[in-house]
Ligand binder design. Structure first.
Ligand SMILES: C[S@@+](CC[C@H](N)C(=O)[O-])C[C@H]1O[C@@H](n2cnc3c(N)ncnc32)[C@H](O)[C@@H]1O
Length: 312
């Protein structure tokens, strides 16, 4: 994988912290206590930072790793209107081979397992490009899968070339660290409310992150190509944690996990390797924390979209 080590040498963070939110990892730091990283985002390589964290100290993990999309190295044009597609072609998504990608995922998951409390749970989200590999690696490492939750996007990016189905889903694997773990947090009433149909099944229907929610860079362009919607994290956090729990995100991007965690009165620790994204997170936290309280979209709209009974 291409690293972003160069970014570490600049001083965007204005020293080691800004707002008391960001910490820059360095080789001199050998270990972190849970107290010194509470509600912080650490600028550093997750593989290096995770090894410095204490054992069994987090209640829940949300990981949204690189997808390894393997898009062709050329500009993608829409078939009909010939305009350029804003694809996910970031350096952080590039690996030399499946082997390199698998090793990256395996090494991170190994450390994540170590820092999970015995009854903690972990969510990992990905598309068809990598979710099957991630699931196998998780099972091989002894994680016990509780569910896969299917996120159905109401506004997916169409398959512009028209050569395959439009991919409108991402999969979230929800797991405990081993088969023995029993007393994990599961708020079944909320799970039922968020899922589809009368039984509240494991399908969440909601749009991708857009509009005002999307963080912008100084040129007004989207800061991050795969910022996750607040509503997605809200569902993850409300169904699988209690107030005061500690949530870890080792590949934080725009910091959606920590942002929603804090708004819902949970604590967080985040790690992110890209200094520009950390800057975006610091900006995001500067404004008053705010997320919609109402479930979104309303179930009537969801039913309508899926052609289920009870639509508008
Ligand atoms: C799919 S994005 C996460 C998006 C995030 N969930 C959000 O809502 O913005 C994956 C992130 O992993 C980060 N990343 C990749 N390799 C990393 C590493 N070794 N350590 C820490 N972060 C890494 C990338 O910079 C990227 O922001």
């Amino acid at each position: 994988m291409k690293t972003q080590e160069g970014l570490f040498t600049s001083n965007l963070l204005g020293g080691n912290t800004e707002n008391g939110l960001a910490i820059k990892d360095t080789p001199e730091i050998k270990a972190y206590s849970s107290q010194e990283i509470l509600n912080k985002v650490i600028l550093g390589d997750a593989l290096k930072v995770l090894r410095k964290l204490p054992e069994e100290f987090v209640d829940m993990i949300f990981m949204d790793p690189p997808y390894f999309l393997q898009l062709p190295n050329k500009k993608l044009k829409r078939w009909t209107v010939k305009t350029e597609v804003d694809a996910v072609n970031d350096d952080w998504d590039k690996f030399a081979s499946f082997e390199e990608y698998d090793n990256f995922i395996k090494n991170i998951l190994t450390e994540l397992k170590r820092v999970m409390k015995p009854n903690a749970t972990i969510w990992v989200i990905a598309t068809y490009h990598s979710i099957f590999r991630i699931g196998k690696i998780m099972q091989d490492l002894g994680f016990w899968i509780l569910n896969d939750v299917h996120w159905v996007k109401t506004n997916p990016m169409p398959n512009w070339l028209g050569v395959r189905f439009t991919n409108a889903t991402e999969t979230l694997i929800w797991a405990v660290k081993d088969k023995k773990a029993k007393k994990y947090t599961f708020n079944k009433d909320l799970a039922k409310e968020f899922g589809i149909g009368k039984v509240g099944a494991n399908v969440w229907v909601l749009p991708i992150c857009s509009g005002k929610e999307r963080l912008k860079d100084e040129n007004g362009k989207r800061l991050h190509s795969t910022q996750k919607p607040i509503e997605l994290l809200k569902r993850v956090i409300l169904t699988s944690t209690k107030k005061g729990d500690l949530i870890l995100d080792p590949v934080a991007g725009t910091g959606t996990t920590g942002y929603v965690a804090k708004t819902l009165k949970r604590d967080f620790v985040m790690i992110e390797v890209n200094e520009n994204y950390i800057k975006g997170i610091v900006e995001r936290f500067r404004k008053p924390l705010k997320i919609a309280e109402e479930p979104f979209p309303r179930s009537t709209k969801v039913n309508n979209y899926l052609g289920l009974e009870g639509g508008e």
